[in-house]
Design a protein around this ligand. Sequence first.
Ligand code: FAD
Length: 417
Amino acid sequence: MKARSAGEKHDSARSGNRASSPEADWRLFDLYAPSDEHALLAETLRTFVEREVEPQAALHDREERFNRPLFRQAGELGLLGVTLPERFGGAELDAVAAVQVLEALSSSDPGFGLALLAHSFLFAHNLWVNGSEAQCARFLPAVVRGDHVAGMCMTEPAVGTDVLAMQTRARPAGEGWILDGVKTFITNGGVDAETLGDVFIVYAATGERSLSAFLVEKGMEGFRLGQKWVDKLGMRASFTAELVFDGVQVPAENLMGEVGQGTRHMMRNLEIERLTLAAQGLGIAQRSLQVMVAYANERKSFGRPLRDLGQIQRYIAETFAEYRAARAYVYDTARRLSFTGTGQRVDADATKLFGAQVAKRAADAAMQVLGGAGYMGENVVERLWRDAKLLEIGGGTLEAHHKNITKDLSRNPALIA
Ligand SMILES: Cc1cc2nc3c(=O)[nH]c(=O)nc-3n(C[C@H](O)[C@H](O)[C@H](O)COP(=O)(O)OP(=O)(O)OC[C@H]3O[C@@H](n4cnc5c(N)ncnc54)[C@H](O)[C@@H]3O)c2cc1C
């Protein structure tokens, strides 16, 4: 496949659309697999999830362990760089492919999905869209193969939602920069309790309300693992850590983009971040639904299968309708998402706002349908229920989405219809 620029990406899914030739019936358009490449990806994901992801998911959750070998396997299958150009080892697909990956993985192991999301979208995709060709050539191939584990550092102990108030500072020194500060809750901050992740995009203040982004690598003096967050509620197959930057000397070539462009990079990347987090919600809802339908068919109460009971039917039917609505919204937003465009925040926020809550309600409904069995750790529903909550916090809280959506619609009511 020929490499295309980020700007051209937006149209690539349409050009590959199986229903796009003049004689084709537009009603044949498949929102969930619009091209042959997407259909192939769906098949690859189905096999990978069934054979490799599902058998290890419960154990890695219980042991709170990131599955490094599985991550390499995902790299070998091309799943770590679905949106990146082929010249960096990517599959050169679009946001629909990104959503497919996260939906499929999260139907089995949302924690592993979160680690992939941080690596592939918060770091790799972000670097590709906002960094230089030289930086991409230097960092992306090892990241796409899964040889290096990567992440993105925005949140700090004292600053989360109010991101512009961040306290991590970068000051010019000689040819480069000196970085000081602490970042926390960083997915892939460590690979395990002893091992730092390999490379990170780190946002830091470079002036009054001016943020810039830096590429910080394992081995740079003054860069180390801080607190390892253990005993998380969910997403336990992803490793979460605090990272400490203590006078880290960052060479000039590791500045991503220009000085002061950090906020723009961050906001642009939040769109794919929120969309893929919404896709995690789809995976959780889909699996919850499958489990509750199967259980309602098998389990009998008062001599009848649970499926005959009106209250149980309500859990199933409501979840199904919400899942289908969320799925259509997420895939439709993905179809239209331009990686370099702006003004798409409202749907990125709204898909995540909705997808997160659909996932949580779906897992909760599944647990209710399963009764005591759903509450037990040996049932997948218990894990999905814990994992779902993160989607209401990470990548923007529900309240942050409320604020953004209202602001965008107030400024531009034409976004409504
Ligand atoms: C498992 C996990 C993984 C994560 N991975 C990463 C990562 O890889 N990289 C990274 O940078 N961060 C990561 N985060 C951090 C995450 O993005 C933040 O937790 C999130 O943005 C919220 O910030 P906070 O926790 O500081 O909460 P705060 O911002 O302190 O908010 C606390 C509460 O106040 C509300 N609030 C704050 N401001 C407002 C407002 N203006 N209006 C209304 N309500 C408001 C919030 O909605 C929330 O309910 C991760 C978090 C978790 C739990």
